[in-house]
Design a binder for this molecule. Structure first.
Ligand code: NAD
Ligand code: ZN
Length: 337
């Protein structure tokens, strides 16, 4: 990748695609709570500066050497996890679980290297997933809020196959509201959503949750929905100490706790102790390109809808502040001015 000499509205140079790469005109870029974690954790030790934006929908506007010109003009979303491209996991398409993750300079586009909160971004063509015909704003949200939720739900669907299975979603923000929709699309489980905000609980119901509760009533609601057994699966999209502490007692024996949020809470493992016997803990990370294709298909089929709040790219600071204050419903998405 080189610079074309032109400068975009953000003051950043418009990059030129190298061999195997394309330049996208960014149509929409989602803001993830992970971006706030990166700010709060001083860039996670990645080389600074880099441009945020790991949820990207764009239109191909230039193709580098070896890339067919037929791609130009097509609308795509970007599979953004970074892997080494050579280890068995990467070769199998599971770049989100690259064996060399610890030695890589970035986790994803916009997470250690330049991402999509700009007028244009250069990406390898292997990252592109066709998204023609989809609304760019909601399509952008599919690439992490949707994909991570899809991958997290897919990891626990075997635990939700018993009749009357119950699943709890804690934190109905950008990711959690999509998880509710994906659970309804992919399982027959009863879905209980938990959030501190009334408007998030309303969104959960709109996305298909069978019940929605504030944290102080969650245990009673789960007991009622599960006829006293407890939940088969709890997906924690916050994973702060308060939510992990609350999640464990909601589970029945041999239940599964899926830790998606990066809230920094801890879960001491001790035997004998207070964790349910047979407990399974999963820590899913993002998802594969194939899973992004499947997530886009759910959206195309009309069974998965991202709820978004749009901001101009020039209002990114205000959008980040609103996300931090818990004032975003669904996903905040930036659109270049
Ligand atoms: P968000 O800010 O959009 O949503 C968080 C939601 O949790 C909000 O609705 C908020 O009201 C709710 N909440 C906060 N405290 C709560 C509590 N104590 N009890 C119940 N609800 C509570 O965030 P997001 O963008 O959806 O991201 C969620 C988390 O997932 C972040 O920590 C982010 O870093 C992480 N994440 C993980 C992955 C992964 O691959 N594992 C990928 C993306 C994001
Ligand atoms: Zn790898």
């Amino acid at each position: 990748m080189t610079s074309a000499g032109a400068v975009g509205s953000t003051g950043l140079p418009i990059p030129e695609p190298g061999a195997g790469e394309v330049r996208l005109k960014v149509l929409a870029a989602g803001i993830c709570h992970s971006d706030l974690h990166v700010v709060d954790r001083d860039g996670m030790g990645w080389p600074l500066p880099f441009t945020f934006g790991h949820e990207i929908c764009g239109r191909v506007e230039a193709a580098g050497e070896g890339v067919g010109k037929d791609l130009i003009g097509t609308q795509v979303v970007v599979h953004a996890p970074v892997g080494c491209a050579r280890c068995p996991r990467c070769v199998a398409g599971r770049t989100n679980y690259c064996d060399r993750r610890a030695s890589l300079p970035a986790v994803g586009l916009g997470l250690g290297i330049d991402g999509g909160m700009a007028d244009a971004v250069v990406v390898d063509r292997s990252r592109l997933v066709p998204a023609d015909g989809l609304d760019p704003v909601t399509a952008a949200a599919l690439t992490d809020a949707g994909l991570t939720s899809y991958h997290a739900v897919a990891s626990c669907t075997p635990a939700l196959c018993e009749p009357d299975a119950v699943v709890v979603v804690i934190g109905v923000g950008g990711l959690g509201h999509m998880a509710v929709g994906i659970l309804r699309a992919m399982t027959r489980a009863q879905v209980v959503a938990v959030d501190t905000r009334a408007e998030a609980l309303e969104l959960a119901r709109a996305c298909g949750a069978h019940a929605a509760a504030r944290p102080d009533t969650a245990a009673a609601v789960v007991a009622e929905v599960s006829a006293g057994r407890g939940a088969d699966v709890v997906l924690d999209f916050v994973a702060a100490q308060a939510t992990l502490d609350a999640a464990v007692p909601l589970l029945r024996a041999a239940g599964e706790l899926v830790v998606v949020g990066g809230g920094g809470g801890t879960l001491p493992v001790r035997k004998p102790g207070t964790l349910p016997s047979g407990l399974v803990v999963r820590m899913p990370f993002w998802g594969s390109r194939d899973e992004l294709v499947a997530t886009v298909e759910l959206a195309r089929a009309g069974v998965l809808t991202a709820h978004t709040t749009t901001f101009a790219l020039s209002e990114a600071g205000q959008a980040f502040a609103r996300l931090r204050r818990g004032q975003v419903i669904g996903r905040a998405v930036l659109v270049p001015d």
